[in-house]
Ligand binder design. Sequence first.
Ligand SMILES: *Cc1c(COP(=O)(O)O)cnc(C)c1O
Length: 396
Amino acid sequence: MNSQEIKKLDAEYVLDSYARFDLCLVRGKGCRAYDAEDNVFLDFTSGIGVNSLGWADEKWAQAVAQQASCLQHTSNIYYTKPSAELAQILCQKSGMKKAFFANSGAEANEGAIKTARKYSRDKYHDKKDTRNVIITLENSFHGRTMATLSATGQDYFHHNFHPFLQGFVHVPAGDIEAMDNAMNDTVCAVMLEVIQGEGGVVPLPKEYILAVQKLCNERDILLIVDEVQTGVGRTGTFLASQQVGIVPDVVTLAKGIGGGLPMGAVLFGEKTQNVLGRGDHATTYGGNPVACAGALAVMERLNDSFLAEVKEKGVYLKEKLMNMPGVAQVNGEGLMLGILFKEGIVAADVLRKAMEKGMLCLLAKDKLRLLPPLVITKDEIDEGITILNKVLEDMA
Ligand SMILES: *Cc1c(COP(=O)(O)O)cnc(C)c1O
């Protein structure tokens, strides 16, 4: 099928809930993807931060294929080796104590939300169910399920689907006084992203996050860090929160964890490791052996030198971006960067023109967002910069 035929079929049968770009991809290798007409594209999206090792990484594909041809699924009524091993590695890399496997970011956050509510219910039983509020930040994004939409601190998402869940309060990001005031005795947890991804690649100040952690500790309020986008090496450390120097009570992961297969994880710290017990939470696919095999292949690659390279490539890319014409600001860490353009340059136009020149980028609010595969080379970064420079020169 050519691109036109595929698009026509999609238009006829797939729910029209996505504003897609006019591109139909059929295969990829590393940082390059090909459409049905064999046009090649340089990738700065990694499927929205998912393809950590790029497209069709050899070792990853082998691990996945081998697992698929051996044992593809068991459900959680039996033990399997890939999920046990993956849980061990995740705990070792994050310093957390236990892992629960889900299938997406929203689902991982659902697990975190349930954990927070049960933690307070178990511990503050005399107060019955009154200690159940979760504070999240304005401009946050936590997912598309009813609970995670309710948690998401953007009005844009709070239409059409009433009633939303009770028990969520949104406070302005970076305002420690507002946080302090909101932390009354109905609050069981704070949930935040270290860098607000969908909100426009907005990093929270380090001092703010440290102050939030301190307040949480003083009041026995759990700190949930949503690392669905920032985690798994994206910012140059395994978790972005490790750079801030906080120890969250719950961490959620997804996107990059499976290297391209649907997977999410909730990681539990000292305080929360025994909150959810048998029967409290479950999902049929969770810890699926094929997804775990893919994740194990990702974890194998993410050693200290690999992470140091991500960091270094991020610094290199950021500097090049800041020197491009028309750029006002570049935010983010490692290979999670958002570019704010000067007045008159619309990020969506830059994206479209870059695509015409064979480069794929993302948007986040009014910024151009880059989430290249973590394996991108300096030469490929240079190639991307050359394209963006050309686009911006043409627009000036
Ligand atoms: C993408 C994202 C989610 C939602 O993940 P899904 O896998 O789409 O459900 C949640 N939180 C953050 C920070 C994200 O970037």
